[in-house]
Design a protein around this ligand. Structure first.
Ligand code: SF4
Length: 281
């Protein structure tokens, strides 16, 4: 997709405001549509130091200032003791913007390195450990919601990854109850595109922490899907948004999952009184 960059300062300011408004509107829509945040909620905002989580916190703080309901935000970062992690960056930023914060230090990096077989990805073990720690911290903080910074591109990429590798039609939901039933996870950036978030993060000059400190390589398949989405954005604008929209408009009778639709029970009025084939003979 061709994007023209303006050099006129007034135009640039206008574009900047437009982008900020769009992200606020999209987050507001997702929050309202899926009842992600309710009056009295304590929302634990998970911050990795990447562009997505900074943007999520920034937009949620803006919504909090203008919302007709009252809710609390607590920024939480898990310092996993990856080599070179600049531990001072997030506390300094969070104190500067005046948000309540908790920095959790847990050396999951050493555990992951010690337990992952040579040549295998660190990510599955790392994510499992991180999830467990974040759920524990949510309990300690009395958080009623856990906000994660996944955006529309993550949702669509996960949909394809699950189809390609697992043969399942399954993406990332906007709101999810944890397996133990004790936590509600929300994804306020569900409707936001990654390129918008990247631009917003640049314009707001968030102090981004590099995401390759763990040394784990992004999986080849995920990379390939990322390239596919980028290519679609260039060739067929709106396609990624349409795929994301399709997750809201499923037709179980036009898929093939017998758990969702009673294919066996399909009958015309004439057939209703006849004996099913499987009972004959
Ligand atoms: S990329 Fe690194 S930090 Fe992220 S889940 Fe994988 S191992 Fe963990």
């Amino acid at each position: 997709m061709c994007r023209v960059v303006s050099t006129d300062p007034r135009r640039t300011e206008y574009e900047r405001n437009k982008l900020a408004k769009r992200l606020r509107r999209l987050v507001g829509d997702a929050v309202a549509e899926y009842a992600m945040i309710e009056h009295g909620d304590v929302v634990m905002v998970c911050l990795s130091g990447g562009k997505d989580s900074y943007t999520m916190l920034d937009v949620l703080m803006s919504l909090q200032r203008n919302a007709p309901i009252s809710f609390e935000l607590i920024a939480v970062n898990l310092d996993q003791k990856q080599p070179g992690f600049p531990a001072e960056v997030l506390p300094r930023y969070l104190d500067g913007i005046g948000v309540r914060r908790r920095i959790v230090e847990e050396d999951t990096y050493s555990i992951v390195k010690a337990t992952t077989a040579e040549g295998k990805s660190y990510c599955p073990m790392c994510s499992r450990l991180r999830r467990g720690i974040l759920y524990r911290v949510a309990n300690e903080l009395g958080a009623t919601k856990i906000a994660l910074g996944h955006h529309m591109d993550d949702v669509v990429a996960t949909l394809f990854l699950n189809m390609f590798q697992g043969g399942r039609l399954k993406a990332m939901p906007p709101k999810l109850k944890s397996d133990d039933g004790r936590h509600i996870v929300i994804r306020p950036l569900f409707y936001c595109r990654e390129h918008d978030i990247a631009r917003y993060a640049r314009e707001r000059a968030f102090p981004i922490i590099p995401c390759n400190l763990c040394g784990s390589q992004e999986k080849a398949e995920r990379k390939a899907i990322g390239r596919m989405l980028t290519e679609w954005d260039r060739m067929f604008p709106g396609r990624v948004e349409n795929i994301a929209r399709s997750l809201k408009h499923t037709s179980p009778s036009h898929l093939a999952d017998a758990a969702l639709f009673d294919f066996a029970g399909l009958a015309t009025p004439q057939e209703a009184g006849s004996i099913p084939v499987r009972q004959l003979g």
